[in-house]
Design a protein around this ligand. Sequence first.
Ligand code: ATP
Ligand code: ZN
Ligand code: MG
Length: 503
Amino acid sequence: MENELVAEILLSGSPGSREDLEPLLPGLVEDAFRRTLGTRGTGRLVEWSAEGDRITLRLDSDGGRPHQALLATARRLGEELGRSRKIGVRSFRAPRYRVSFAIGATNEAKITLALPHTLTVEGPRATLELLDLSEEALRDNWIDRAIQLVQEKAKRQGYEGKEQYWALLGKTAEKSHTGRADPTEEMIRRNWIRGGPTKGKWFLGPTAAHLLRTMERIARTEVLEPLGFEEVVQPHHDSFDILLKTGHLEGLPGEFYYVAEPTTRDPKAWETFTDLVTITRKVPMDELGRLVGPPSAVSCYAQCPTIYWWLSGRTIATESLPVKVFDRTAISNRYESGGRHGLERVDEFHRIEPVYLGTPDQLLELREALRARYAHVFDDILDLEWRTAWVTPFYLQQAGGVGVEDSERRIKGTIDYEAYLPYRGDRATSEWLEFQNLSIVGEKYTKAFTIRAQKGEIWSGCSGIGLERWLSAFLAQKGLDPKDWPSGFRDRVGKLPDEVRFL
Ligand code: ATP
Ligand code: ZN
Ligand code: MG
């Protein structure tokens, strides 16, 4: 048998001996299997016992899982015993639930799972035994998600160490660069920026701020406005609900800045805290820990999840498609840890995120229009040496998510824009900087957020315009001297602000 479930049903009283239940229980189980498995598979009651207020039973099945039959049995049993003996079902649980399923070749010792379990792999099949499953776990079908996760982890083992898929789409000619140095170092030297008061953040003085805002204006007036994008203003905190839907909470929990609320704003409750601050001039961390609750949200990681939330549960009129909006209000926070570098890889950055929804054809057309506008900015205004690459995480290409076929036809997936940074060494061997990207993700998020079109399929996508990255790429190639900047950019910058002079 593929699946074996040992379950206990707890009643509000004793229904009598096994003999008393014999005319009732086996029939209920049989019926439950028939209704939950249908023609998909077969199931049977292997053994059972009744003792006091507890019924223990073992349900085996092939071709479908037996816990649905357990749920149906518990419900019917409650109804029947309620009618005949005024006894109800209190709860049920599964001390043991064993399933076997197909798995790719794997090293079982390396697969861990955060539920009490044992896992064995033999050839192409795995056997997973989950222990002590609660009623909630059974009702909410944790078992199938656990199986999927084990299969996923096995698959990931196959890709470990393999490079992310990267295929060159196009590149500009090699250019000669006036910039040679690391622009962050240069900006620090000129007091344009100063390392922020907390991790991975920078304070941009008037000149750097002016340059960053110039980049933002160029993106808006040269890319987004001509293509009919409208601005939205979104909240800065993302709810856990949203990130559960996008999958970010499974994918990146170690990269968020978490947001916690005070448990109270009553000054009385904070009095010990404020007393200690006044007397010690230090932050009393223990007291603070007592007065601040656990995280309840995260600081914006990417803007698109909250834009999808805005549209969730809505049906969009044909005349409004494609929807083209962008947010430039929420500031992105990421815990980059060891990866931090200069103004290029920071824990807090400013990004414009255009998001688009429409029919597949509309989005493919829009992608080409965006690519053309971006090329105009990088060639005609910033005069960068840049390239584009088709990148899609390795596991996504193989897994149904994007599909091998799509990675050839290049419909769903991501295009990275990369700039050469002279200070990092020669073109061929040094790492180029991803300064923005452009994705079409198909139905992934429209499905997750139940966003419908008045008619037909609706896809979505987004593009991340990282302003610190635009600025870093530009200054790395052109240097910090306005006389070396291309005239298209100089015209748009206008007069640089007067810097504060320090003695
Ligand atoms: P990377 O591979 O460089 O970490 P990413 O794949 O994490 O980038 P996305 O999540 O796709 O980046 O974000 C979109 C854009 O946001 C990037 O192209 C970049 O412009 C910007 N961005 C992402 N992380 C940072 C960061 N730590 N500092 C500055 N800009 C960033
Ligand atoms: Zn996005
Ligand atoms: Mg990253």
